[in-house]
Design a protein around this ligand. Sequence first.
Ligand SMILES: [Zn+2]
Length: 1139
Amino acid sequence: MTAPLSSSSGLEVLLSTLQDAGDVESTLNILNVLDELLSAGTDRRIHYMIKKGGSDALLSALVNTARSFSPDYAVLLPLLHLLAKVGHRDRRIGVRAEDAGAVLLTLNLLRKNISHPRRAAACLWVLQVFSSSVSTANLIGQNHGLDVIYHLIPPYTTQHLCPIKAAITAFAALLSTKANVSSAVSKGFVSGLLQLYEDWFSNDSQCGATEICHALLRCLHKLTHSAAGRQAVRLQGGLRLLYQTTQTCLHSKGRDCLVEPSVQLMRKCLPKTPLPLISDQSAYTFPLPGRSHDALETNLAPDVSSDDSEEDEDEDDQEEESKDYDDDLETDLNKLRHCPEPDRPKEMLIQYSRLCPELSHDFQELDLSSESEDTSSSSSSSSSSSDEDEILCPQSSRRKCTSSRRRSTSSRDLTSTESTSETDMSSERHTPASPPSEASGFRRHRNFLSTSPSFRSMVKETREDASSGQRGGNLEAEKEGAEESNHRTMIDRLLGRHGVSIPHHDPRLYRAAATRTQSIPGFSILAFPDFWGHLPPPGNEVMAPRRPNVQRLKVFEDIRRFLSTNDIINQVVFDLEDSSLQCPSDCLRFYSKFESGNLRKAVQVRRYEYDLILNADTNCSQHTQWFYFEVSNMEPDIPYRFNVINCEKTNSQFNYGMQPVLYSVREALEGRPHWVRTGSEVCYFRNHFCPARGPRKSTFYTLSFSVSFKHREDVCYIAYHYPYTYTALKAHLKELQKSVDPSRVFFRQQVLCGTLTGNSCPLVTITACPTSRSWRDMHQLRNRPCIVLTARVHPGESNASWVMKGTLEFLCSSDPVAQSLRETFIFKIIPMLNPDGVTNGMSRCDLNSEDLNRQWCKPDPTLSPTIYHTKGFLYYLNSIGRTPLVFCDYHGHSRKKNVFLYGCSVKETLWQSGSAVDTVGLKEDPGYRTIPKTLDRIAPAFSFNSCNYLVEKSRASTARVVVWREMGVLRSYTMESTYNGCDQGIYKGLQTGTGEMQEMGMKFCQSLLYVIRDTRSLYNKTLINHIDLDHSVLDHKSHNCFEDDEPPCVEEIEYSADCPPLHGTDLDSEVNSNMADTEEEEGEEEGHQGTTRRDSLGQLSNMKNRLFPHRTRQSSMETLGERRKSCNGVSIANGQIIS
Ligand SMILES: [Zn+2]
């Protein structure tokens, strides 16, 4: 639009003339000119006109014309049309119309012209446009507008479809307000509309009136925003009607567009069904120190008060992310600046000196190493050692062994620590020595593997072999009891016959480590996969293709639960809280009471279909996402449908090719111990369930997938993602410690602190031993920069642990790059920040039902000990001048593909936010980009384009932001790894396995070499070449990635409560057709018939908008020349206004 802004533009002159014009001809001419102007350009032109008072001018012209005793429809009709087009784009049109007194006037005009289809249509469009404002829509409603318009919708006919469509659309527009909806529902319009829909649908065999049907569905959608409306649909048999009509639509191409609105409508009207639970609170509770048990109970009491049946639907309950992202950016420069002031007194930091053993270690063993073969076993002075118990020591003597070692540990490491303060972090005060009574370890229990009869029969032959053979370990067995001994023997046999060698995994070590893991329920069973171990399956696992309409078909099945209940079983077959539950012999058996297990209840819905309910995070009623359970007693080769019905996230990668994982014991015993991606018909959608006792408003989502089991007698495990337990970490660290050469690798595992249930949070130090004890070598060691890595603060993000496993294994390996990294850096690694969450199968929180990654600003020493002490340790490093060079916290991301980093940059944040702060003078080291840039080149799963470096207010208390801001770590990151797979690079289209995740952990380490290049001129070029050459195959990778934007599913993921719009219908084309349609002529009185001259004029304005019959158009063009002079120098050339 190139209209210059002069004090009185040509357009304004036209508009003021329009309001003053007395005679028909000049009014028509002006209308015509306006139409010419507006039809040639884009919407911007109309918006310009609105800005210049166009709507008001049209409204006052309308009022002037319509008020006369016998209004001239020759003027009125084009006026209404133009008003509809302009008003449609004017957000304030309703208010303007009310001010001008045009609302009721138009309604009256409609009443008078009910028998004139074209006039009625024109009035209806204008009323529709006015109804965009709530007060205007209510005004029309109060003046019986709903009734007038509703009665304009006739049963099926082939006549005058245009005004009928206009009536339904206007009716729907009026239903945008609560008052009108409840008035319409109370008048029984729901039933009427359902009948109309049925009538139009069944008579319209040629699909000529699909738009009408669609518009009727839209009205029903609006009415069902209210609980009364939804109830009316149910009572009037609406569900059945919609279900049946939809089934018809499925076979008719022309009516495809009716399916989605019908499905959404049915979903909306399904009665809200409370989850079959007594309480929404987690089945696990844990009394928190400092809070009485009673207080906890009342805290946890369900919110019964808000249980006032079904509330009206809120439209803003959608994506939390949909709020304006830029508003979340931190623009306060003070909050973006580093503030290295500790949150606690300096004296309290000294206790952390024990966590830097490499700085005080004297490496005496270096002098001996050449002679002695078994340095590794001379534990305490060795460079590779652990504070932790030797977990391989015999069960019976463990306790004694534990406590004596503890004492010695304590005296060695904590000499300078005052143990009086409440913040004392010594492991001894919190760790298992005196576990709280509520948490208990495996040691009290005797059973160690699955309880499933299938499992027993699977290992039976092994057991029989065992009894005929020699019984080993009898001495011990007598102490431990026969059952325990049996079990041991059985396990030994199993391993002897079927065990495969899995790197860095030893089942016996795992089992021993498990005895020390503290859990709230006191687990007595080890999940087989964790015990036995996992090897990545050979070959790639591609993302699951999505069958068209899979979601729709599942929703149909859900609706049939209400329509035909014959095949519905609805029987609880597993209940975490009721172990006495008996279930029929022909249904699946479920179990989840093991480490990281999460399944609260299983309900058999149909013969081969089960609803699964996940346990909320301990001490709260939310955060369901992670699942891990055992299933057995299956029939082979039959697709079982599983529905996890209380998911909370609004969308999921399960809609985009991701599958859950499955582990089969039988397969493992046959030499294939693999977690594999499994499940067909995977999809994720909003369901009709609501909390058992909480607010009915909350919505749940269903993850649905089908699994066909391969073997009859099998025990399988199904999980959200590759499980990685706390015990797995402990066992892994033991393995690593055994694996390193202590004369070269300094590996030390220590206890950062204890957790609430009495587990220990390990901290691992890895660096290279000095080549000698010379001053120079020791000095070099003690001046190596620190790299601090953490993971698994969110217990459901097991991918973070697999990436961390890769990091740890690489750093302990003999790879020359790893050796160089060890020689260059000191690695401080806290591989699991939330052991209690992981152990108890939680998704998001710690036991105090808080997200630990939102506690970093002011972590509570008692309730969030791991964060409190990690932060304290970082402060300590700061205080001794050893601020980490890099900090990275490993996470998993459930809604994006690839692996990527979030970092922190002041400049990028200010730029992105559009802040007025001048960034020219701001100096910022761009070094924060080195690692992501390097990873983009060397790590196949990594995507630079998905990274960002923005500091959000909502993330102010995350590790990344706090470590950056308070510790001044420039390179402070969150690393997010997908649960699904990649959409770029050589892994494009593949789901990630544990191999790819471990590789990512290794690549992250390799990228650190480039940081040295950044910070020093001295770096090892050969090594860097070594890394680069390694991956000359990478065909990376500059694709553009749009935040959160998934490629659309074959099937739209539709959660909105509104009716999906019908493509190809808009008000403009409707209005145009009303003028162009010669079949609907109403007689001579208007005298402006459409003619056949549209071709020649069509070139002028591409027929986009066609308000006027062409005879008038032509004459107006002719008079335009004369007007030009009188219009104060307005000239119109090529459809542009020049003044
Ligand atoms: Zn996370």
